[in-house]
Write a protein that binds this ligand. Structure first.
Ligand SMILES: [Zn+2]
Length: 382
């Protein structure tokens, strides 16, 4: 189908969508990008969000195997939507690849399920509902739009694209979980039926195709049963549902690594689905489960002057991302003070014994990047 090197090269050369140079993708900017593909793909509006913004589906292919892919039911989880745009761009450029997929699959993509959340860079929809906990009650219009498409299309397999927080880590030497997968449970016992076996086998094969460096940055997300989540309920109906979680990578706050892994994984999935024989859960089970030992920034070894004593501590900073008005705004927040030698960070800064008074370095204090650079380290990547 396409190798990692080829995918990465296509991605780097084209610099797909350079004007969306952050994780913030507005509905307006997204629909503009999407419409540029309307000559080649069947793109239709399938419903509206709470605030009346259109939700679109992209359909192509005429093969027997039906694949549904949706993204961004959580508005601040844009990586999957970017990956879908990347794939459209790649298929636009690579006629042979597109034809290969079209011959064997019918594909429906529903990117940005939650446009109101996307514009506000918020997890929930405009009424505060978490769409991924609304699969049974169906109170959000976005939930009903997606559910209706699932009912009409009756996919064999569905890919549910999310972002996970940057705290997720993998393994004893604490690597970031740049990508995680889960084959959701359909009951509290987390029983493994034939459908789940197929999904696990698929993820195992995708993982096997990753470059070594990313194999150690792949995690398994908990398969604890969430009775009101989409994946868990769809799995119950016998449709295979694969949860993709985009995560952080060293020095990569825009999640370009995860975005590349997403697009590549979807292409690999097509390849695996073409000839899936003797499915085994072995590879999947060998992927370590996610832990939560990663932080955005740790400043090691600073001194805090507190009531006449000098304390030696590490500082943890959290990357904050929010929309104020219509502007995407990122800054850092001092999130923890103490001994963090058993955690790792996406950016580790040597504090070089710098001294502060507790009045100027306290929990919850926020820093603009420039301020952080001046106080701690010029090299911080933002
Ligand atoms: Zn999510």
């Amino acid at each position: 189908m396409i190798s990692w090197q080829e995918y990465e090269a296509a991605f780097a050369l084209e610099k797909f969508f350079p004007d969306t140079n952050s994780r913030f993708l507005t509905h307006k900017s997204f629909t503009k990008q999407l419409k540029s593909f309307s000559d080649e793909f069947n793109i239709t509006a399938i419903g509206k969000s709470e605030k009346g913004k259109s939700i679109h589906k992209i359909a192509f292919g005429y093969g027997p195997k039906k694949v549904l892919i949706w993204s961004q039911m959580h508005g601040n989880e844009s990586t999957g939507t970017f990956a879908i745009l990347d794939l459209l761009q790649l298929l636009h450029q690579n006629f042979f690849l597109k034809k290969q997929i079209e011959d064997h699959f019918t594909v429906v993509m529903i990117p940005m399920v939650n446009p109101d959340g996307a514009d506000a860079f918020e997890r929930r929809n405009a009424s505060g509902i978490d769409i991924n906990r609304d699969a049974l009650a169906k109170q959000a219009p976005e939930t009903r739009v997606l559910m209706k498409q699932i009912e009409i299309f009756e996919p064999h397999i569905a890919f549910n694209l999310h972002d996970q927080r940057s705290i997720f880590s993998v393994g004893e030497n604490i690597q970031p979980a740049t990508i995680s997968f889960c084959i959701p449970s359909f009951d509290t016992a987390r029983a493994i039926d034939a459908t789940r076996v197929l999904g696990m086998a698929l993820v195992g094969k995708i993982w096997q195709s990753f470059p070594e460096d990313f194999k150690t940055k792949t995690g398994r997300y908990t398969d604890e049963f969430y009775p009101t989540a989409f994946g868990d309920n769809i799995q119950k109906t016998g449709i295979n549902c694969v949860l993709f979680e985009a995560g952080a990578h060293f020095n990569d706050p825009k999640r370009i690594a995860a975005r590349t892994l997403f697009g590549f994984s979807i292409l690999q999935a097509f390849k695996v689905l073409l000839n899936q024989q003797n499915p085994s859960t072995e590879l999947y089970q060998s992927i370590p489960e996610n832990e939560q030992k990663m932080r955005d920034i740790i400043v090691k070894q600073v001194k805090l002057n507190s009531r006449g004593r000098k304390l030696k501590v590490d500082l943890i900073f959290k990357l904050m991302e929010e929309v104020k008005g219509s502007t995407f705004y990122r800054y850092l927040k001092l999130d923890d003070i103490g001994d963090f030698q058993f955690l790792n960070a996406l950016q580790v800064v040597d504090g070089k014994g710098a001294e502060f008074n507790i009045q100027e370095m306290y929990l919850g204090k926020t820093f603009e990047f420039q301020e952080f650079q001046q106080t701690f380290w010029e090299g911080v990547i933002v």
